[in-house]
Design a protein around this ligand. Structure first.
Ligand code: LMR
Length: 333
């Protein structure tokens, strides 16, 4: 039997976690033989609700759930964590853009980065879900100078899954037969869901869909899907976000299919001419617990414009949080 691993999760009494925690406890995130210790973190006002969720987890008698601890201080909840899932943040409401949350959410992510740097396991893998996810991940990573930027990621797998699901419904294909979809850039309405390299049943997707549908409907539909769910439900995506977290972490830990790739927002190394240092979504392949950007994709003029627009938005967001970003040093990043 493997030794249990520690997973620290913020926003643990929130609606995404109400799906997520039960999936983690059944082994969907890591492996069917990997016991887990859940270190659940919430704000003091939500500790009552969190205790209720802990009771429900216990009542499921999950064989892989080694133990649960509850915390209202991040610094305590993150101690020794091998995986940190940062979901806790003020969510947007109807009619808002995610970037409007920067001022209220980003400072907490800078603090959390400092605490992860100090208290988490040295090999920790961090996923930021709270919005604006890319810029929050930037704040966390830059405040963790003893860890590698490659230990911090933000979630664009939800957009990636949306693109595959919506393309599948449009074409009648099964999502499993849709490959090599890419989300470039920000988890915002400037993101670029790119079908230029995608395949359906191994054939180019673009030869199987109408170009105007792709340019005028599909791209916007993915960009605005989060807002459409909020409009329809009155609150943001929960179960689909949980599924995306599971997929993101599972593939990061266990590797991706060699004939496919996934989208992850990671600290840019300058690939594809994207500004170094911003947290930008790229096509990546994972192996042995590491991700690598897919190299050598041909970028059309159309794609380049879209990739630049979302890069510009991230550069603007980075300026907004400049006060939260300590200067990089040679020794750290
Ligand atoms: C989503 O994409 O559904 C989430 O980021 C929530 C939101 O604000 O859209």
């Amino acid at each position: 039997m493997k030794r249990p691993v520690r997973i620290a999760i913020t926003g643990a009494a929130g609606s995404v976690c109400y799906s997520l925690l039960f999936k983690i406890a059944t082994g969907e995130m890591i492996d069917q033989d990997q016991p887990v210790i859940l270190q659940l973190i919430e704000v003091p006002e939500a500790m009552g609700a969190l205790r209720g969720i802990a009771m429900e987890l216990e009542d499921c008698a999950f064989p892989l759930l080694h133990s649960i601890s509850l915390h209202d201080k991040f610094e305590e909840g993150v101690v020794g964590a091998h995986f940190v899932l940062l979901l806790g943040a003020k969510p947007r409401g109807p009619g808002m853009e995610r970037s409007e949350l920067i001022a209220v959410n980003a400072p907490a992510f800078a603090d959390q980065g400092r605490a992860i740097n100090q208290f988490a396991n040295r090999d920790v893998k961090v996923l930021v879900v709270g919005n604006p996810a890319n810029t929050n991940a930037l704040c966390a990573s830059r405040n963790a100078p003893d860890l590698s930027p490659a230990q911090f990621t933000a979630l664009t797998r939800l957009d990636h899954n949306r693109a595959r699901g919506i393309l599948a419904n449009h074409t009648g294909a099964n999502p499993k037969d849709i490959r090599r979809v890419t989300i470039w850039g920000n988890h915002s309405n400037t993101q670029f869901p790119d079908l230029g390299h995608a395949t359906i049943y191994g054939e180019p997707a673009m030869s199987q869909v109408d170009e105007n549908w792709y340019r005028d409907h599909f791209i916007q539909k993915i960009q605005k899907r989060g807002a459409a769910v909020i409009e329809a439900r009155g609150r943001s995506s929960a179960a689909s976000a949980a599924q995306a977290v599971i997929n993101h972490m599972h593939d990061w830990i266990n590797g991706t299919d060699e004939n496919d790739w996934v989208s992850m927002a990671i600290v840019s190394d300058g690939s594809y001419g994207i500004a170094k240092g911003i947290v930008y979504s790229f096509p990546v392949r994972c192996d042995y617990g590491r991700f690598q950007i897919v190299r050598g994709l041909k970028i059309s003029d159309f794609a380049r414009k879209k990739m630049t627009a979302t890069e510009q938005e991230l550069l603007t967001e980075m300026k907004t949080v400049a006060d939260l970003l300590p200067k990089e040093t040679e020794a750290s990043h």
